[in-house]
Design a protein around this ligand. Structure first.
Ligand SMILES: Nc1ncnc2c1ncn2[C@@H]1O[C@H](COP(=O)(O)OP(=O)(O)O)[C@@H](O)[C@H]1O
Ligand SMILES: [Mg+2]
Length: 401
């Protein structure tokens, strides 16, 4: 009988906690090895003609015309009912084809052009559950589907973003393989390209997170006393410089603390999304977060002797329920205080988002048949609107609109 099975009457000492941990760890390990298939059970789904027109910007009539009259146009797959389906790769081939042959070809290539700099966007807040990871993964997937080359970086030791991509951080990256390998201060440091992995999602790569990242907090404190350069304020930036030509966008998911991990991500960012649930508690906690972040960045600027600035910092209302009176009041209050810095589009609270999350999926991945159609559509519409509004900010940073 192991520690956990034995009924317990005495006091709990610290060895007991270790006992719980050991029993759980070995049991979880067995379970996960059993459930986990190394070839990766996650696979990207196909997209309907309607989704294709939404994601690429080609009109339905033009699409039909191209299929009928353009022998070079990438073909669709059809199902038994005669519906047209497209893979994510085909969507990209269609974009390329339109880029080369359409009158307004440029419009089909939304990513960076000559002279445009890499956009790095972090989701931040020290409130857990404010929707940072949910926002990060949906933005990353949405932009990959829109034809951007995206790198998602999981900076959270909890590794929830990594889990969404079908990995088991506690099994696969317990010591090596996380983005910490690229940030560490000792001889084990590697270029970030060595930890970046392709995902099953076309156009979307991942630098995984996991428990090892937690070490960055303590090693950074030590490195600061030793004046090791580059300091945390530039470490991630320099690593990204090495791979920047491969991507249009980097989306970073931050942990729910304002430690060196989050500060490093913020310092490497060109844009920030502060996720906030419009409730009194959450807003109070966010206000503290901003105060602390502001003070810390003043110190960082003195330290590095260079100003830190971003193309944009926007507040995103998350888990928003328009039918909840206190929430709508708080949302209106935030909009009046923070004026144009709150995104117009909120991310609605939806059971589609939380239910999909249970099986490590986003609402862009789930099979529509598994959900109530209206619920899913409402969530997707809200998420798309958020993504589109931020996409506009990205395009503005590149001098387009
Ligand atoms: N808009 C939403 N509607 C419903 N559930 C949501 C929504 N956003 C997030 N959630 C759920 O809330 C939980 C916490 O969200 P998460 O994104 O992990 O927060 P954070 O990363 O800030 O800690 C998750 O279980 C997620 O599925
Ligand atoms: Mg998170």
């Amino acid at each position: 009988m192991n520690e956990i099975d034995r009924p317990d009457h005495g006091r709990i000492d610290s060895r007991r906690i270790t006992g719980f941990a050991d029993s759980l760890a070995s049991s979880l390990d067995r379970q996960m090895k059993h459930a986990y298939r190394p070839e990766g059970q996650k696979k990207q789904r196909l997209f309907s003609a309607r989704e294709l027109t939404d994601l690429t910007g080609i009109s339905a009539s033009n699409l039909r015309l191209r299929h009928n009259e353009d022998p070079e146009f990438p073909p669709f797959e059809s199902d038994a009912r005669g519906h047209r389906w497209y893979t994510a790769e085909t969507m990209d081939r269609i974009r390329d084809h339109m880029f080369r042959t359409a009158k307004n070809g440029e419009a089909f290539r939304p990513g960076r052009r000559e002279g445009d700099s890499l956009q790095v966007i972090s989701t931040v807040n020290f409130k857990g559950g404010s929707g940072k990871s949910t926002t990060a993964v949906h933005l990353a997937q949405r932009y990959a589907l829109r034809g951007y080359r995206v790198l998602a970086i999981d900076m959270d030791p909890q590794g929830s973003l990594t889990t969404m991509f079908g990995y088991r951080p506690e099994l696969e990256f317990s010591e090596h393989g996380t983005v910490y390998d690229a940030l560490r201060y000792d001889e084990l440091q590697v270029p970030i390209s060595q930890v970046i992995r392709k995902t099953y999602f076309h156009n979307l790569d991942l630098a995984p997170g996991g428990l090892a990242l937690a070490e960055y907090e303590t090693t950074t404190a030590y490195a600061l006393t030793r004046k090791i350069v580059p300091s945390f304020a530039q470490r991630l930036t320099f690593q990204l410089d090495e791979v920047e030509k491969n991507y249009d966008l980097v989306i970073i998911d931050c942990p729910p603390q304002l430690g060196f991990i989050t500060l490093s991500a913020i310092a490497a960012s060109t844009g920030l999304i502060v996720t906030v649930v419009p409730s009194m508690f959450d807003v109070a906690s966010m206000s503290q977060f901003l105060k602390l972040a502001g003070e810390l960045f003043e110190t960082i600027e003195q330290l590095t002797n260079r100003p830190v600035s971003w193309d944009f910092l926007k507040f995103l209302l998350t888990r928003y329920e328009p039918s909840d009176a206190p929430q709508t009041q708080m949302a209106a209050y935030l909009r009046s205080i923070l004026a144009g810095h709150v995104l117009t589009e909120p991310m609605l609270k939806s059971t589609a988002i939380s239910d999909a999350g249970i099986t490590q999926q986003t609402i862009y991945e789930v099979e529509p048949g598994d959900f109530v159609k209206k619920t899913l559509e409402r969530a997707v519409t809200s998420m798309n609107a958020v993504g589109d509004e931020i996409e506009q900010l990205i395009q503005n940073s590149w001098g387009r609109n």
